[in-house]
Design a binder for this molecule. Structure first.
Ligand code: 5RP
Length: 235
């Protein structure tokens, strides 16, 4: 999609809306779609609802990666299925905090990383929708979210420190944020993740880690990147 070069610059929200709409091209009528979490995905959910209302794309429903997305889907009248009720999904659509040219991502800024990884693993294809601010050459500028079991927090903070990372417990209203799964989030600052596959495997093995926010094993197969020139499709 090309834009008029004389048009005013697009805001980040407009870029999110652009890729949210573009993701509709990956949704087939009658499908159950895997749906991620976050402000970019909210644009996708709204576009999906509009397409349903106009009878352009009528899906059977969604498998959702968070309570927040479930609420939004249901508010639009879109059926939400439990992941265990359905088989393999054709497509999972989600945003990212960072994505690199190989489709490796950092996710979890919205604290939904565990369910996001579960739904991504159930889908044949991961379509990442992101505005251009998320594009990086090497993962690690965005503090890495890690969902942890609270009794392991202090040891895990020390394990990340040994790698040169500073892990902080994510707070909400002054107390540790509790995820949809009843656990806590560490945000790890100062990492440079040169080998995302090896890094994800290593941290996954640490006792007390529920999910690490590196998505390398569940990488994106397609990235729809919102740029001022339009949507760039990177596959
Ligand atoms: C939530 C996520 C989101 O996909 C990520 O944080 C991007 O969010 P947004 O679209 O709001 O920038 O991983 O856990």
């Amino acid at each position: 999609m090309n834009r008029d070069p004389s048009a005013p610059a697009m805001t980040q929200d407009e870029l999110k809306a652009l890729v949210g709409r573009a993701a509709l091209a990956y949704v087939e009528p009658g499908q159950i779609v895997g749906v991620g979490t976050g402000s970019t995905v909210n644009c996708f959910i709204d576009a999906l609802a509009q397409a349903q209302a106009q009878a352009q794309t009528r899906i059977a429903g969604a498998v959702s990666s968070s309570e927040a997305s479930t609420q939004r889907l249901r508010a639009h009248g879109i059926a939400v299925f439990d992941a265990n009720e359905v088989g393999e999904l054709a497509v999972y659509i989600d945003g990212a905090d960072e994505i690199d040219p190989r489709g490796y991502m950092i996710k979890g800024g919205g604290a939904a990383l565990t369910r996001e990884k579960i739904v991504a693993a159930q889908a044949r294809r991961f379509v990442c929708i992101a505005d251009q601010s998320k594009w990086v050459q090497t993962l690690g500028r965005f503090p890495l979210p890690v969902e942890v079991i609270p009794m392991a927090t202090q040891r895990l903070i020390r394990q990340f420190a040994a790698l040169g990372g500073e892990a902080r417990v994510r707070l909400r209203d002054g107390v540790p944020l509790v995820t949809d799964n009843g656990q806590h989030i560490l945000d790890v600052h100062g990492l440079r993740i040169a080998d995302p596959v090896a890094f994800e495997s290593m941290v996954n093995d640490w006792p007390g880690v529920v999910t690490v926010g590196v998505f390398a094993h569940q990488r994106a197969h397609v990235c729809l990147l919102g740029t001022p020139e339009g949507v760039r499709t990177i596959a």
